[in-house]
Design a protein around this ligand. Structure first.
Ligand SMILES: Cc1cc2nc3c(=O)[nH]c(=O)nc-3n(C[C@H](O)[C@H](O)[C@H](O)COP(=O)(O)OP(=O)(O)OC[C@H]3O[C@@H](n4cnc5c(N)ncnc54)[C@H](O)[C@@H]3O)c2cc1C
Length: 461
């Protein structure tokens, strides 16, 4: 087999890979992009895009059920039609996936190859019956759902983020193992579709990485819609119970297990770095399998190899994967020394209302011992939220006492996922919060509360 020479090879057409391939193509490099599954990777096919279409359906159903409150009748019970909800989701996903694929197939100097790539030697990969080499290899391998090592986990049918979105009927009772971001999104939307939902979480509270008031606020929102939440579930196990699945959550044998019709595993993600022959190329991974990279996404052990997106363990979101691509092309082609370290942590949990977060949590700031100011106000104070009948949640900020620069913020509430960007942009600009506290915001919006909130700062007790 003769080795085919390229200038650049991208493995994985997820969120970072295609944009890197496009830039290589623009630079006139002979490029190959290799994808073993559907183009677009996790976000497009089994992550952000499909979940947000389901979140939109769930919200529409929820609002329709509140018709009487808003002054309209629906002419009967509002019921989810899972097959139609899935069809809508599939249509949006397909358009997005096709967009990525046709983008890649249309690039100049670029070959889009369908197949699984595996290293055979440094900077050399086998795919199908071909062997390819290039001086620059970009790994955009992504990740997949982690299967926890629980008694019985391989004896009963379980769902993950892919298969749960293939259901054409609403589960009667969905038990979700894992009370973190992915699990809670599914919990909320499935409840609104009409499923009985139980969330089982090992830690003493939901969202263990968030502040206690944030986690409690999310819990209250979910419980208000009838979701059962079992935290502190230290002795998890799975077994058959007739046609149902029994989820044991407590160590005490007299506490009966939870019986569900379906079980969703949502306990975390693992990188797709096994099975790619990274050892043959001297590419170092850490104990959890993430490719170890420097602040420019370069492999620390293999020259000419970059790892971008979820597989480098430096981010777990589409926006971090995209930013990895920006960092790589800026350093390679634009002489612009962008770094992962420049990034401010930001993300959202798309329950409804959502939780949006930037920077450090209050507990992290407290643990750091640095003098800080804090302000917190309920969404009840937002006129627009009252007018919309969506007053759950709060806004909270933590500010450096000396520089008056924002250290972190949480917005749990209506439009929080949009409003948070005014705070994120202030952090990025390195401006003291007084700038935003004195900025006039439009009335009536949720953002209107931000300057008011920043006028309430008090030293953190
Ligand atoms: C249910 C769910 C909801 C989510 N919601 C959000 C959200 O709302 N917002 C957000 O920012 N993030 C969200 N995420 C996370 C987001 O999807 C990921 O962070 C993002 O997709 C990571 O992109 P990536 O490019 O690193 O990898 P991926 O998108 O996973 O792409 C990696 C690609 O590499 C391919 N591949 C792997 N190995 C090989 C190989 N050896 N040969 C060839 N191809 C290979 C895979 O097939 C895959 O297509 C969600 C994730 C899940 C699971």
């Amino acid at each position: 087999m003769s080795i085919e020479h390229y200038d650049a090879i991208v493995v994985g057409a997820g969120q970072a890979g295609p944009a890197i391939a496009a830039r290589c193509s623009r630079e006139g490099l002979r490029t190959a992009i290799i994808e073993r599954g559907p183009f677009g990777g996790t976000c497009v096919n089994v992550g952000c895009v499909p979940t947000k279409t389901l979140v939109a359906s769930a919200r529409a159903i929820h609002l329709a059920r509140r018709g009487a409150e808003f002054g309209f009748a629906t002419g009967g019970e509002v019921r989810a039609d899972m097959a139609r909800i899935k069809a809508r989701k599939d249509g949006i996903v397909e358009a997005s996936r096709n967009g990525v694929e046709s983008w890649m197939r249309g690039l100049k100097h670029t070959e889009a190859i369908v197949g699984e790539a595996r290293f055979t030697a440094p900077r050399t990969l086998r795919v199908n019956d071909r062997e390819l080499t290039a001086p620059r290899i970009f790994l955009n391998l992504g990740g997949r759902a982690l299967v926890p090592d629980l008694p019985g986990v391989h004896d009963v049918p379980t769902l993950d983020n892919r298969t749960v979105m293939e259901l054409t009927e609403v589960p009667e009772h969905l038990v979700i193992i894992g009370g973190s971001y992915i699990g809670l999104e599914f919990a909320h939307l499935m409840r609104r579709f009409g499923a009985q939902v139980t969330v089982v979480e090992k830690s003493p509270r939901l969202l263990p990485r968030e502040d206690e008031d944030v986690a409690d606020g999310v819990r209250a929102i979910l419980e208000a819609e009838g979701i059962r939440i079992d935290t502190g579930a230290e002795c998890l196990s799975l077994s058959h119970r007739g046609a149902r699945i029994a989820v044991g959550a407590a160590c005490a044998t007299q506490i009966p297990p939870i019986e569900g019709t379906h079980v969703l595993l949502a306990v975390g993600r693992r990188p797709n770095t096994d099975g790619s022959g990274l050892d043959s190329a001297g590419i170092q991974t850490d104990a959890r399998g993430f490719i170890v990279v420097d602040d420019q996404c370069r492999s620390v052990s293999a020259e000419g190899v970059w790892a971008v997106g979820d597989c480098n363990g430096r981010g777990a979101f589409t926006h971090t994967a995209w930013n990895d691509h920006e960092i790589v092309v800026a350093n390679l082609f634009d002489n612009d020394p962008r770094r992962i370290g420049d990034r401010i942590a930001c993300y959202a949990l798309f329950t409804d209302p959502p939780l949006a977060r930037v920077g450090a949590s209050e507990s992290e700031v407290r643990a750091s011992g640095r003098p800080a100011l804090r302000a917190k106000m309920p969404m009840q104070r937002v006129g627009r939220a009252r007018e919309s009948g969506e007053t759950q949640g709060f806004m909270k900020v933590v500010v450096d006492a000396e520089t008056r620069v924002l250290l972190g913020a949480a917005i749990l509430g209506m439009n929080g996922d949009e409003v948070i960007h005014s705070l994120l942009d202030m952090m990025a600009a390195g401006q003291p919060v007084d700038r935003i506290a004195r900025t006039v915001h439009i009335h009536p919006t949720v953002s209107e509360l931000v300057p008011t909130l920043l006028q309430q700062l008090k030293p953190m007790a």
